[in-house]
Design a protein around this ligand. Structure first.
Ligand SMILES: [Ca+2]
Length: 411
């Protein structure tokens, strides 16, 4: 699974609400939106760049040095040119975007490109965020593209990340809610449902669905951030949304597949759980939550202090390690039943001591309640400082006398 990605971009989408589950026809909407850094969403850049020299008359400034990279997206190819502002430039300092994928960069949008690391045989950098738009199939698509590029000897690698989102007002039974779909897999469509990993436990990320609270806020305590296709509760009923075949329209629906309840017995947590067919992203407390009937394994999980401790900067992170899906420990959620998933605290600490001659090495293995230390990595994380302070170790002899004390170091 990719590391959690922060999505930060100013985007605008067009999402049309066609009808509700109870048959009301809604006004189409087209709203400008700003997507702030929603955490933690699953996202991934396009990395399938095919490189080529710029064609004759392609519009680059520095045809001798410039390099064109073309990516495949669901709406056709998109090309970028790593170019420079001066015809004599030795390194790229400019990215040109060709959203039509024709390899022509005359009068196209540009973004500054900054070097992050340079050596005689090595170069790495990324573009500065800019807000751009282009026309496709009669629709204006707003993007904030980010390009990363490195060249090592003759090897090149480029990635392109473009976050687009669409927002709509939808009617769910007797409730009106704004919803927003965020393109979590950078393919410029908003209809991708996340799938469980096939080879390794994890998620092939799709798109993310945000449901605003009653006040219209997508960030308020009553707002929900889930994965597209996942059911969600509104006014005692389970709904989902379906995105139309054009990838840009959404229809609310009552969720009619078998569901059970998943309970995690902690007060503040969030997690992504992969079943055999479904993937869910849940944010919760002690209350059971509705999920499609399936057998779920933990992909990632964060737990936060609650009550008086809630301002503590420490949190507990659990991530699935490399394990085949058929060997993963799973929590079976049967239709109509509630299942308890053991995950997170309490942690167990297992010292690992190696003695070689007069040298003693002390290690520590952390495991969470899933009792599967071979399947997960567990970390205590400090909100500002990253990793929590390393633990102190005191070694005593059989009489209880302290013979050594020290601090463990992160390996
Ligand atoms: Ca998508």
């Amino acid at each position: 699974m990719k590391p959690l990605e922060m999505l930060g971009a100013t985007v605008l989408g067009l999402l049309v609400c066609l009808s509700s589950a109870v048959g009301q026809t809604l006004e189409p909407c087209q709203l400008p939106i700003a997507v702030h850094a929603y955490e933690p969403l699953v996202g991934q850049p396009l990395t399938d760049a095919k490189f080529s020299q710029p064609a004759e008359g392609s519009g680059v400034t520095n045809p001798g040095q410039a390099m064109v990279a073309t990516f495949t997206t669901a709406i056709g190819p998109i090309s970028i040119a790593l170019d420079s502002t001066s015809a004599e430039g030795k390194r790229p300092d400019l990215v040109r975007f060709d959203f039509g994928g024709s390899g022509k960069f005359n009068d196209t949008d540009v973004a500054p490109f900054k070097a992050e690391s340079m050596a005689p045989n090595y170069y790495r950098g990324q573009s500065t965020p800019v807000s751009l738009s282009f026309e496709r199939d009669g629709r204006t698509i707003y993007v904030s593209p980010r390009v990363e590029y490195y060249k090592y000897g003759n090897q090149r690698h480029a990635s392109l990340r473009m976050v687009v989102a669409g927002k709509a007002a939808c009617r769910f039974g007797d409730q009106s809610r704004h919803v927003m779909v965020i393109d979590g897999n950078s393919n410029l469509r908003l209809d991708d449902v996340s799938q469980p990993g096939k080879e390794w436990l994890g998620v092939n990320p799709g798109d993310t669905l945000l449901i605003a609270d009653e006040a219209g806020s997508l960030e308020g305590a009553g707002a929900q951030t889930i994965l597209l296709g996942q059911p969600f509760m509104l006014g005692e009923k389970l709904y989902t949304v379906e995105v139309g075949p054009d990838g840009w329209s959404v229809t609310p629906k009552l969720y009619d597949q078998p569901t059970g309840m998943l309970q995690v017995a902690h007060e503040r947590w969030e997690g992504v759980f992969a079943g055999r067919q479904h993937v869910v992203r849940l944010t919760g407390g002690n209350q059971p939550q509705p999920v499609p009937a399936d057998a779920y394994a933990v992909v990632e999980y964060s737990e936060y202090p609650s009550g008086e401790q809630s301002k503590s900067p420490l949190s507990l992170q659990v991530e699935a390690g490399r394990i085949r899906p058929d060997r993963a420990k799973r929590c079976e959620v049967a239709a109509g039943q509630t299942a308890q998933m053991a995950v997170g605290s309490p942690l167990t600490v297992e010292p690992e001591v190696q003695v070689r001659d007069r040298q003693v090495t002390v290690g520590m293995k952390l495991a969470d309640a899933a009792e599967a230390p071979n399947q997960v990595t567990v970390a205590l994380t400090h909100a500002q400082e990253g990793r929590a302070k390393p633990p102190q170790v005191v070694i005593r002899d059989s009489a209880g006398k302290q013979v050594h004390s020290g601090k463990l170091e992160y390996g």
